[in-house]
Design a protein around this ligand. Structure first.
Ligand code: KG4
Ligand code: ZN
Length: 335
């Protein structure tokens, strides 16, 4: 089974070829970040138009580089995401599948992220606990197999990546702010401010990150706002987010008794977080798994991989084109 994966849920146009036997054969990504940065965030209509412009040439480039091969199925991100952007990927995937007379399968974007660490050498076995930290979602999930998910906790307001982006914006950093904030935090004095660790003083595995952004705003307003002030705020904010995530991961591992922790989604590219969670796993006697940095953020490989497993399980979609702006992960069926 050779699967073409298509990802267009937000501001990256990404494609990949995954072979069930040979693994990942190639991937391509076009990022719209520069286009959206002048607006300070993703403009949905511009995103859709850019996907429309870039997707087919990117697929052509990928297939040309891979040589003549018969694609056996097409996997596309059907949601959650920006509905117009999703529909571009869905329309292209369904049309190509119809033209080639091969199956197409809808992939859940967060299942793609969740399975991305399985593309690495020495992948985790099931079951495991997964921390998914992206721009749109923060989820702790008990994973028993593909499609066998139990959501243990989630963010009640801003997702972790969203909190990074919003705090970065108020510190005067560009979009997307996560990587820029992480870089600024390196110059910060970790001892100067201590931000709260939201919802850690009560039981449960849910998160709330919107208060940290307000805390950063109030702290900044009480100071002169020098570059050092901003670096110290970035450092305190990042520490608070990472500490909170680590504490909930420890709680999830202890409550479930699982010995493996998978961390994925855009924020899992954060080096301080990787260090903190690796240290946590070591003290808990667990193993931790991350995707390679380029597969933390949106990519086509994770969609091709997830779709390949679903296609091998005989799943495919009827020839309708849809996208789901919202799609609860627990409604997925087992593969
Ligand atoms: O998974 P992703 O590419 O897209 C969504 O599915 O949302 O995640 C993007 C998010 C953005 O909020 C971005 O700022 C954040 O991941 N991010 C980071 C880092 N790299 C990306 N946040 C903190 N530190 C990073 N190094
Ligand atoms: Zn994503």
């Amino acid at each position: 089974m050779l699967v073409l994966g298509i990802e267009t849920s937000c501001d990256e146009t990404a494609v990949a070829l995954y072979s069930a036997r040979q693994g990942l054969l190639g991937h391509r990504l076009y990022s719209q970040v520069e286009t959206h940065s002048e607006y300070g965030g993703v403009v949905p209509e511009i995103a859709s138009r850019d996907h429309l412009r870039k997707l087919l040439p990117l697929i052509q480039e990928l297939l040309d580089a891979a040589g003549a091969r018969a694609v056996g199925g097409i996997a596309y991100t059907a949601g959650p995401g920006l509905i117009g952007a999703l529909l571009v990927g869905a329309a292209v995937a369904r049309s190509m599948a119809w033209a080639w007379d091969i199956p197409a399968v809808a992939v859940h974007h967060m299942e793609g992220h969740l399975l991305a660490p399985l593309l690495e050498p020495d992948p985790p076995e099931f079951p495991f606990a997964a921390l998914l930290v992206s721009g749109g979602h923060t989820l702790l999930v008990e994973v028993r197999g593909i499609g066998r998910y139990r959501v243990l906790g989630e963010s009640l307001d801003d997702a972790a990546g969203e909190a990074f982006d919003k705090t970065a914006k108020l510190l005067g950093l560009g979009y997307p702010g996560g990587p820029a904030l992480a870089q600024l935090a390196e110059a910060g004095d970790a001892g100067r401010f201590r931000f709260p660790r939201p919802m850690t003083d009560r039981p449960g595995l849910d998160f709330s990150f919107s208060g940290l952004k307000t805390h950063a705003l109030n702290t900044l307003a009480s100071l002169a706002g020098t570059p050092q002030d901003k670096a110290d705020i970035a450092c305190a904010f990042q520490e608070a987010v990472i500490d909170t995530l680590a504490l909930k991961c420890r709680r999830a591992l202890r409550e479930t008794g699982l010995g493996r922790l998978v961390v994925a989604g855009g924020v899992s590219a954060n080096q301080s977080m990787r260090k903190k969670l690796s240290a946590l796993a070591a003290t808990e006697g667990c193993r931790v798994y991350f995707p390679r940095p380029e597969f933390c953020t949106d990519n086509g490989a994770m969609i091709a991989f997830a779709g390949c497993h679903r296609l091998l399980a005989g799943q495919s979609e009827p020839p309708t084109i849809d996208g789901r702006a919202r799609w609860p992960m627990e409604t997925l069926t087992a593969a």
